[in-house]
Design a protein around this ligand. Sequence first.
Ligand code: NAP
Ligand code: MG
Length: 406
Amino acid sequence: MTKIHVKTPLVEMDGDEMTRIIWAKIKDLLILPHLDVDLRYYDLGVTHRDETNDQVTVQAAEAIKTYGVGVKCATITPDQDRIQEYNLQKAWPSPNGTIRSILDGTVFRKPIMVRNITPAVSSWKKPIMIGRHAYGDIYKAVDFVVPGPGKAELVYTPAQGEPVRIVIKDFKGPGVIMGMHNTDASVTAFARACIAFALSEKVDLWFGAKDTISKRYHARFKDIFNAEIAARQADLDKAGVTYRYLLIDDAVAQIMKHPGGILWACMNYDGDVMSDMIASGFGSLGMMTSVLVSPDGKFEYEAAHGTVRRHYYEHLKGHPTSTNSVASIFAWSGAIRKRGELDGTPQVAAFADALERAVIDCIEAGIITKDLMKLVTPTPSGFRSTESFLEAVAGRLNKILTETVA
Ligand code: NAP
Ligand code: MG
């Protein structure tokens, strides 16, 4: 079979531990036999980051800016233990954080659905994607325990002009206060990334906040979203994508009765909490992908889980493992599909569809890794090893591709 040619280079970022092992197998078994693709390879494995003083992470992010699409393996964010384990110079920052800040991007999570795993919420038939605004609010707040009676004020001292003072509370006894902020620039970038992702996924966009109570802070978010939506209205109309602002409590209530197939944009705290609810409602970490989208439409795909350290240690001891590679495979298929869309090469996007179909067919036929044993109905008689699952997907993919060509 002739390989499918991918027009523009794809940025590939390798990673750590069990996901690194899986990564190489995905490439060998599922990608390289079928695609003629110029992979711009960046090794973000922790030792190589250390050797390059983390410059490789910056170079990878710059390459995503240049080419527009990247695919990333899970990586270690080093802490004190990891510094010793890998003999590192220091605790380098999280690569995801570095890439996110260079791209000014927002992370969206998307569950992978199969027929034989029923979400905890029975109305959920299609993925509910969550976009969390990952800047500011309580995550960059200052707070203070008020020891006793006294007046707490909010003071803004402008670069020029008179300070503004607002009384928060005239305390009669002890209590607590907190000062939090956000910036128009960050909220605007968030709104733009949400719009870009809703257009990319062709799903409706919801944004929930509490502007009835927070008439300035939350209302500012709502106003910025409205302005950004207005600026892209023609594109949204063309794609058939609608926008809805809801009060956050209304959004939460409606999500529980919704069939899914939407993007839910959340303020920072709501996104933190709700993304965990959605993730556990859909099943397993091994079945959750994550996409970083920049306001100007650059995309980086990865699995939502980490490097699956415990399984890696088993692997090092020579024990068999059963690690779920689905989210990593979907990171590849997501990136390849996006590459095909941007390049206007439908056969590349069709390959991504075939790859996802192969994975879903396997799971629906009861070919699964151990983590899915409690989720899949009916329960299969056994589970596959990490390698055997990937080999089954490769076999299925070959069959699908031969059938489509024939
Ligand atoms: P993890 O990799 O998310 O795994 C935690 C546990 O979840 C595993 O031990 C396993 O449970 C289960 N699990 C996660 N993914 C699975 C999969 N694909 N298949 C089967 N089971 C899966 O978190 P961790 O092991 O605590 O963290 C390891 C490293 O990952 C850390 O150094 C952290 O910095 C990094 N991390 C990276 C990213 C990223 O790059 N995006 C995200 C999160 C964490 P059982 O042990 O019960 O089988
Ligand atoms: Mg959380």
